[in-house]
Design a binder for this molecule. Structure first.
Ligand code: WTA
Length: 650
């Protein structure tokens, strides 16, 4: 297993479990094991009961159609509309004046929208999309900063039955282009720019270079955020404000088949090409509605803040669809946690009385490093529950989070899931589960996870293995857009009839799951998935580079830091300037999050006799471990030379 070091770092089962306080438990939605029992008795009827909490314009015929595995279908024959479930349903139930969305801009500008107001905006943008000739099944790409318009655009897509593809605002125009081409989007919704750390980052004008290559795009809608200029093209470019000014504020939601596509979200895999993970509406909404309700113990007056970006699955499922389908108040913040000051998050918790706060371990480790005085000077007494997602949380960070943010009284839900799973899969129920810092604890009711060895047999306590899902779950991905074969071999070929997550894990004697991290060539950098191959293809695309191997070096804050080992073409010499240029080049091809922290030049890369690059050895070199047996290498000298050179440079 490649993540040995993480496994050791993050698995401390000796700590005494933390139990929910009597006060928390007395008010919690789940206080005992009833949900688990119900799901164990009959998993499908459990999910049918959960589905019945939503509004269906036509009830499903079958909960699960498993006649063509692994192309599973959920709630077949059922019809519903996602935006109607997230908005109209609550307005009709008297919640029209409840706050749906709180927005805080980086500069401190704010907006709050009630359910009625959000519904009106969504109807207007639905009318706009229809006018721009977007039909049911068409794709719309959304490349935006964290502003309310992004959420309005997503919900409007669901209202008219279009498929949204949200591209993280921090991805480069090149990465945006690849995703537009793959999804064949008709419309691009973007902003003129984004604010970041007091600076403006141009977006619309930056997209100019790629738009001529995106033939499918018929219209571009631009929200004015920063006032950054661009050259609009007649007949293609529209300003959001102009379109919305005279848009119809009534728009009937389109009844959609439960299995109609809802969105595509691109995620890194083990090849250079990102995977277009496809989710459909019915099962996805059932999954995120149920998990949001019970994992975050939703109470009517909660103010829920998930700090993810809407460009990632966490933003889709737990900023938008899970909270809104529950009629919750969800908050978004445009900026970063340390601008203008390192207490910005705690300032916002205090300002809005945030009750449930969901963030990533990498952020928690930064908060720890910045110092206890930042949270200490703010009133965090409104918080009652904390969450963690995206990577294993080390027990030290867990304990710090519990003490300094949760003030010792908030349970922490460490939630394991993936873009592919759509919904939280392994998690505590905060009023029920004894918490062990560093463990995501147990599968959610109705979800069947296991840890297996190479042959597919369940592992015993303490034995490391591969994390799998033994049966389908409602919010599962349905396929990879345009590539069903890749769907089959990425997830379903390792073990017959079982979903392979790509993560390593082990179980303790109490049956708690401890996740060790990825076992494939996917890195987790600050909670974001980056494929080593994607970064390598970006590097070899540079005219000076002959070959590149990218590894993740264990990093105190980020989880992994990207380190690139690069061989140059004949006659080209490595230099600090070239290293800086290559980092920039990757930033341009993918985005700043994929920029290598270190570029190291070497005359050869270590390869097996069959020519495969041995990334494991490079990882050992970078983390200064013993190299062990290198005799299977084509040229054992190479690795010694790289090691000496690398060590000298540190
Ligand atoms: C990792 C993010 C340990 C894991 C929702 C998974 C975690 C990948 C946890 C998915 C957790 C996510 N503990 N590891 N609580 N949550 N991961 O698709 O390796 O961006 O496979 O989805 O993040 O990342 P993705």
């Amino acid at each position: 297993m490649s993540e040995e070091k993480h496994g050791k770092m993050f698995s401390d089962e000796q700590v005494k479990p933390f139990l929910p306080s009597a006060e928390f438990k007395s008010k919690a939605l789940a206080r005992d094991d009833k949900l688990y029992k119900k799901a164990e008795k009959d998993r499908l009827s459990f999910w049918a009961d959960m589905a019945a909490e939503l509004d269906w314009s036509q009830k499903w015929e079958a909960v699960l159609d498993d006649s063509n595995p692994p192309f599973y279908r959920w709630f077949t024959g059922g019809k519903l509309n996602i935006s109607a479930n997230c908005l109209d349903r609550h307005v009709n139930n008297g919640l029209g004046d409840k706050r749906a969305l709180i927005f805080e801009g980086e500069k401190g500008d704010t907006a709050q929208l009630t359910y009625s107001e959000l519904l009106e905006e969504v109807c207007k943008f639905s009318s706009v999309l229809r006018k721009l000739e977007v039909d049911k099944g068409d794709a719309v790409t959304i490349w935006m900063p964290m502003v309310p318009e992004a959420i309005v655009a997503m919900l409007a897509c669901t209202r008219i039955g279009a498929v949204h593809s949200v591209v993280f605002g921090g991805f480069s125009p090149e990465a945006l282009k690849d995703r537009i081409l793959d999804s064949k989007s008709k419309v691009l919704v973007t902003a003129d720019g984004a604010f970041r750390r007091g600076k403006t980052i141009p977006m619309r004008v930056a997209a100019e270079e790629i738009l001529p290559l995106c033939e499918s795009i018929q219209s571009v809608v631009t929200v004015e955020r920063t006032g950054t200029g661009y050259e609009p093209m007649d007949g293609r470019d529209y300003r959001w404000e102009d379109l919305m000014a005279d848009a119809d504020s009534c728009f009937d939601p389109e009844p959609m088949d439960a299995e109609d596509p809802l969105f595509i979200l691109y995620s890194s895999g083990t090849t250079g090409k990102p995977k277009g993970i496809l989710h459909t509406g019915g099962g996805y909404l059932v999954g995120v509605n149920t998990t949001f309700k019970y994992v975050f113990d939703h109470q009517p007056d909660d103010v829920f803040w998930c700090t993810a970006d809407i460009g990632w699955i966490t933003g889709h499922s737990y900023i938008i669809y899970g909270p809104l389908s529950n009629g919750a108040t969800t908050m978004i913040y445009e900026g970063v946690p340390d601008y203008p000051e390192r207490d910005r998050f705690w300032e916002l918790v205090e300002k809005y009385g945030v009750t449930v706060f969901y963030t990533a371990p990498t952020a928690i480790r930064s908060f720890m490093r910045w110092g206890n005085h930042f949270p200490a000077k703010r009133d965090l007494s409104s918080l009652r529950l904390l969450g963690s997602v995206g990577e294993p949380i080390n027990p030290e960070a867990w304990i710090w989070y519990h003490e300094h943010i949760g003030r010792g009284k908030c349970p922490i839900v460490d939630t394991w899931w993936q873009t592919e799973t759509g919904m939280i899969m392994i998690t505590p129920l905060p009023g029920v589960t004894p918490l062990k810092p560093g463990s995501a604890t147990k599968p959610f009711p109705g979800v069947e996870m296991d840890i297996v060895d190479e042959k597919g047999n369940s592992t015993g306590p303490g034995q490391r293995g591969f994390l799998v899902a033994k049966s389908p779950w409602p919010a599962m991905l349905r396929t990879l857009h345009g590539d069903p074969d890749r769907y089959l071999y990425t997830y379903w070929k390792q073990y017959e009839g079982i979903y392979f997550t790509g993560d390593g894990a082990w179980r303790d004697a109490d049956g708690n799951f401890w996740i060790m991290g990825r076992v494939d060539d996917v890195l987790n950098v600050s909670g974001h998935r980056i494929g080593t191959m994607e970064v390598e293809s970006a590097l070899v695309d540079h005219p000076s580079v002959a070959e590149a191997a990218v590894i993740g070096k264990v990093h105190e804050i980020k989880g992994h830091a990207i380190t690139a080992f690069v061989t140059l073409k004949e006659g080209i010499e490595g230099s600090d300037e070239l290293a800086a240029e290559l980092k920039k080049h990757v930033g341009k091809a993918i985005g700043a999050i994929a920029r290598p922290e270190e570029v190291f030049f070497t005359y050869e890369l270590p390869k097996t006799r069959s020519g495969k690059i041995m990334r494991r050895l490079l990882r050992d070199i970078a983390e200064q471990r013993d190299l062990g047996d290198v005799t299977t290498l084509m040229d054992p000298q190479v690795v010694a030379a790289i090691k000496d050179g690398y060590t000298e440079k540190q």
